[in-house]
Design a protein around this ligand. Structure first.
Ligand SMILES: N[C@@H](CCC(=O)N[C@@H](CS)C(=O)NCC(=O)O)C(=O)O
Length: 122
């Protein structure tokens, strides 16, 4: 079972590598503003998790430069996720609100909806 899961993970990474989404292009000053805002975000994720790949592809598609934190290989990030978010489950988006509050958003679909609602014009 472990081997099957490992193989599936490699396959997902290969497919993701072979079919990268096209990045959004914005005027430099608009991208700079978005980059400032995305500094307050961090994505806790595993490299080969399909739900994490889905979120990473959305980040790429919308040219959102969000720090990726590997909760699989980095114990420091894993512990921060459990301590802050309350669960060892990925993907999870850490959001530092302007008032200093920190939110932890789980569920790939909710994360993509949040990012698109905040950064993508209709
Ligand atoms: N419905 C969730 C599923 C997330 C999920 O199942 N993530 C797995 C990794 S692929 C996980 O975190 N499992 C807990 C663990 O590995 O400890 C989503 O869409 O984000």
């Amino acid at each position: 079972m472990k081997i099957v899961r490992w193989l599936l993970g490699r396959l997902i990474l290969l497919l993701n590598f072979l079919t990268p989404p096209r990045r959004t292009r914005r005027p430099a000053e608009v991208q700079e503003k978005i980059d400032q805002q995305t500094q307050a975000l961090a994505l806790y994720q595993y490299p080969a998790c399909p739900f994490c790949v889905k979120v990473r592809r959305a980040l790429r598609r919308h040219s959102l430069n969000v720090e990726l934190r590997d909760a699989k290989r980095e114990p420091e990030h894993r512990e921060a996720l459990v301590a802050g978010g309350g669960r060892l489950k990925v993907p999870c988006l850490q959001i530092q609100e302007p008032n200093g509050e920190v939110r932890w958003l789980y569920e790939s679909g909710d994360i993509v909806r949040y990012l698109e609602g905040r950064f993508v014009q209709a």
